[in-house]
Design a protein around this ligand. Structure first.
Ligand SMILES: [Zn+2]
Ligand SMILES: [Zn+2]
Length: 317
């Protein structure tokens, strides 16, 4: 399966602003001068030497990811503002001709997970079939409410695609002809949220945000091992630094240190840190990755690969 991250910012979209852009190019030019870069053919190699926060931006769009199985079938989890770009990509395929079938899995309906839906182009093309799956029996009503006329010009049900809502029962596993199996697990978050696990040909991918795990939750975390245990890739909420997680206790998100603790307890192979705090600039977000690697070292260096979620990142599994 192939996973693509279209939105990795938490809570509210946080685009790179002009001040941050200027700071980035200033730092890059200073490094250029310090490294005596005087010819164009030195540039590609120089760019490779830059630290993460100068080489990339983590991205400003909110949660949306796609999973494509080995037969090419596409599943989306959530449709935050990153969903606009996922839709733009899909519209260049059979979804542009009204011949696409899409599976949407929704973790929960906080704004940062559904605000891309009104801008998701495949919904507007007649002939497309969109299946929404979630443990929320009233998901359709929630999406209708997001697009009442006071807030958006086009009602949700007036979009031209065929939309179906499927309520997931506790413990249900959705199995597709392609062999893809999808299961879900509740997470601790105000109003609730669910993790989704994708399994295909012996590979396990789990997407788990929004979720709050603290030091008080060790029994809860261990109790989740049957669901999370041994995943090849886990994308997990790690919005805060440890200090901020104490200040924002009960806000529904996890510190990067607890994210690493969880992944270690569950025997995860690769942990991808996501749902970045909108108030953090790229420097702080990329520093969190370095500090998470350091924290893993203190725990005894479990064979755990750590990656920072970046918009547009693709993972082949
Ligand atoms: Zn969120
Ligand atoms: Zn939330």
């Amino acid at each position: 399966m192939k996973i693509k991250l279209f939105g990795v910012r938490g809570s509210i979209a946080a685009p790179l602003n002009n001040q941050a852009y200027t700071e980035k190019i200033t730092e890059i030019i200073e490094r250029c001068v310090d490294n005596h870069i005087t010819s164009r053919d030195q540039i590609p190699r120089f760019l490779e030497t830059l630290p993460g926060h100068l080489k990339y931006t983590a991205g400003g769009d909110t949660t949306c990811i796609s999973v494509t199985d080995d037969t090419g079938k596409v599943y989306l989890v959530d449709c935050g503002t990153g969903g606009r770009l996922a839709g733009d990509e899909l519209i260049r395929t059979e979804f542009g001709k009204g011949k696409g079938t899409l599976e949407f899995f929704i973790t929960h309906t906080h704004w940062d997970h559904i605000q891309g839906i009104p801008f998701f182009k495949p919904l507007y093309v007649p002939g497309n079939q969109v299946n929404f799956r979630s443990p929320y029996p009233d998901l359709e009503t929630r999406l209708i409410n997001q697009q009442v006329k006071e807030f958006f010009p086009m009602p949700f049900l007036a979009t031209a695609s065929t939309k179906k809502f499927h309520h997931l029962e506790k413990g249900q596993v959705v199995e597709y002809e392609s062999g893809m199996k999808i299961s879900f697990h509740p997470l601790k978050h105000p109003g609730g949220s669910y993790a989704y696990k994708f399994e295909e040909k012996g590979k396990k991918f789990i997407f788990a945000t929004d979720a709050e795990f603290t030091g008080d939750d060790l029994d809860l975390i261990r109790g989740m091992t049957p669901f999370f245990g041994g995943a090849d890739v886990l994308v997990l909420d790690s919005q805060y630094t440890l200090d901020e997680s104490f200040a924002k206790f009960d806000w529904g998100h996890t510190s990067y240190t607890m994210a690493v603790n969880c992944a270690t307890i569950w025997g995860i192979k690769t942990l991808i840190l996501t749902h970045h705090e909108p108030a953090y600039n790229d420097k702080k977000v990329f520093d969190i990755l370095e500090e998470a690697i350091e924290h893993k070292r203190h725990l005894g260096g479990a064979p755990l690969e750590l990656i920072l979620a970046r918009e547009g990142m693709v993972i082949d599994l």
